[in-house]
Write a protein that binds this ligand. Structure first.
Ligand code: DX5
Ligand code: ZN
Length: 224
């Protein structure tokens, strides 16, 4: 699978839920690359969002890559549902399962890109055994559950360390970073080694979304 380069994935979590088809169109028109879909079960994280049926409805309104972020317990039970709903990339949390390697392989077998996510306090150790079957590591730069939180600065070091690990192993896993990414810090997140950034509140509160996306990709000098 080709490794992405400086991609922007707006998270629908911070959008207007009363008209999601319009929000999807807005994402497309901004020039962003993926749609990030935050699935929360009220157990793994304290918040509750939406599940596979809503993603299946959204699928009819967008051709963009659907990047599904499962913040749920026992993600292995639901992988095929999210794939069938239209998930192109499916990421689950390392903290939510005991057999991550098996579930990454199963995700790939379903035809989706397979991702593993790490909460801020979860170390990188052990990841080297998963990376050969992992298309994406989603580094959480906030504690998952809510949009609009502040970026945890020391996570920049974690991103760099993961980048080094990936280069040393010679794997093609991409690094996505989720939580508190804004126009103020997006350049340092990419410089630290991210290939993809998730943007929720920063994207949806921005009037000029096109310029924000261009700036985030390093193509313009949008005012910070
Ligand atoms: C948080 C979610 C994020 C969230 C990001 O648990 O996983 O994807 O939508 O929102 P911001 O960019 O506002 O932190
Ligand atoms: Zn997310």
């Amino acid at each position: 699978m080709k490794k992405p380069n400086r991609l922007i994935a707006p998270s629908l979590l911070s959008s207007d839920f009363s008209n999601l088809a319009t929000q999807l169109r807005m994402i497309k028109e901004s020039g962003a690359d993926w749609v990030h879909l935050d699935v929360m079960d009220g157990h793994f994280v304290p918040n509750l969002t939406f599940g596979a049926p809503i993603i299946a409805s959204l699928r009819k309104h967008s051709t963009l890559t659907f990047d599904v972020h499962l913040m749920i317990e026992k993600p292995e039970k639901w992988l095929s549902d999210y794939r069938n709903a239209g998930g192109d990339r499916i990421t689950f949390h390392l903290e939510a399962c005991n057999h991550a390697q098996r579930y990454l392989v199963q995700t790939r077998e379903l035809g989706a890109a397979a991702g593993i996510s790490l909460n801020p306090q979860t170390p990188l150790c052990g990841l080297e055994y998963l990376l050969p079957v992992c298309d994406q590591v989603l580094i959480m730069s906030v504690n998952p559950g809510f949009g609009g939180q502040s970026f945890i600065e020391p996570i920049l070091r974690k991103i760099s360390a993961l980048k080094t690990l990936i280069l040393n192993l010679g794997v093609t896993t991409c690094i996505a970073v989720d939580g508190g990414v804004s126009k103020e810090n997006v350049q340092s997140v990419f410089s630290a080694g991210a290939d993809v950034v998730i943007m929720g509140s920063a994207f949806f509160k921005e009037k000029d979304k096109k310029s924000l996306v261009q700036f985030a990709k390093g193509n313009s000098n949008f005012c910070v």
